[in-house]
Design a protein around this ligand. Structure first.
Ligand SMILES: *[C@@H]1O[C@H](CO)[C@@H](O)[C@H](O)[C@H]1NC(C)=O
Ligand SMILES: *[C@@H]1O[C@H](CO)[C@@H](O)[C@H](O)[C@H]1NC(C)=O
Length: 328
């Protein structure tokens, strides 16, 4: 006999809980002038010193040394939810490797970063269902939500609102009943440097916190919203989203602006961390097209852009001689 699959065990191992739902899409940016989505080009309008100053301003004010010591007695934990679609198997595989290779001893010593793929359960044609089921069994890193993959149909709402029930007591958040300290939503065309992400989050407030590339870029204290390429909420805000009737009523809309609207209307997220210009749209393959203290690169839609970005950050090797030849 079978009991209902337990969603709370989901992160621990692949199970088959048919979970919850909905979605959003990454149409996000079309409502903004392209230049607003291009921090590097915007940043390059400034002098180098200005760019460095802006980057420095992206750091929370806490002292740098505090960053190296967990001050709450527990290990920092972050759920990174990569929002993608069932059909994108090969892209998921690339992203899976890109993040697995970043799980170094140093990173694991600094934080627990669980990367999961957030998919809507509908539509799920049979071939996608089969492949997704394989991935869940093989990797256990796919979260299925009860939603439809339609632009602006509320996937982001479902993602945050369903996580508390889905995760239950799982996870390793340092606070009571907190499966994670932070939950991130990131696009599947964004490459994150997890060490830089962790380093900035370690110094960020653990509660009432909203982190990302804020618009307007130069509003360091209270940008109305963070761009959808990748943003982070503290766990208390995830709980609040799950419990709020106001948010449920306003679930749909351009997802990144909508998130800001919920928090603003609810008087939430007093702590906002604007990481502009450290997460930005892909500009090109040359070294000058990437910032040294990059947290994320966005607009990696084509494989070649992933190749350039992974190569720049030394995730790949140039040595592609046939295996066994002259490696010393
Ligand atoms: C999924 O969502 C639909 C519509 O929102 C709802 O009718 C259905 O009961 C949900 N299924 C589950 C398993 O929660
Ligand atoms: C990649 O490796 C080279 C050679 O070790 C180094 O000079 C460069 O700074 C590295 N690039 C990045 C982005 O870490």
């Amino acid at each position: 006999m079978s009991s209902p699959p337990s969603c709370s065990s989901y992160l621990g191992r692949p199970t088959y809980c048919a979970v919850a739902l909905v979605l959003l899409l990454t149409l996000l940016c079309i409502t903004f002038p392209a230049y607003l989505r291009n921090p590097v080009s915007v940043a390059s309008c400034f002098t180098g010193a200005d760019v460095r100053a802006a980057a420095a301003a992206a750091q929370p004010a806490a002292s740098a040394s505090a960053a190296l010591v967990a001050d709450d007695g527990g290990q920092l934990s972050i759920l990174v939810g990569v929002h993608t679609m069932p059909k994108k198997h090969s892209r998921r595989h690339l992203i899976r490797m890109a993040y697995a290779l970043q799980q170094t001893a140093a990173l694991r010593g600094a934080a627990r970063v669980d990367v999961r793929f957030a998919l809507c359960a509908r539509p799920m044609p049979p071939e996608h269902a089969a492949f997704v089921a394989l991935e869940r069994r093989a990797y256990g890193d796919v979260l299925l939500f009860n939603c439809t993959e339609n632009a602006e149909d509320g996937k982001t709402y479902t993602y945050f609102a369903d996580l508390p029930a889905m995760l239950g007591g799982a996870g390793g958040g340092s606070g009571e009943g907190r499966p994670y300290d932070y939950v991130m939503k990131v696009d599947d065309d964004t490459y994150l440097r997890l060490d830089a992400l962790v380093e900035t989050l370690r110094r960020a407030p653990r509660e009432d916190m909203y982190y990302g590339v804020g618009l307007p870029f130069m509003d360091r204290e209270s940008p109305p919203f963070m761009l959808g390429m990748g943003y982070v909420l503290s766990w208390d805000l995830v709980r609040w989203i799950a419990d709020s009737d106001m948010v449920r009523r306003k679930a749909k809309g351009v997802e990144d602006v909508t998130m800001g609207n919920w928090l603003n209307e609810g008087g939430k997220a007093k702590n906002r961390v604007n990481i502009f210009p450290r997460m930005y749209d892909y500009k090109g393959a040359q070294a000058k097209d990437f910032l040294e203290d990059t947290i994320g690169v966005h607009q990696l839609k084509e494989d070649i852009r992933w190749a350039h970005t992974l190569a720049h950050f030394n995730a790949t090797s140039d040595d592609l001689r046939p295996s066994g030849e002259g490696s010393s």
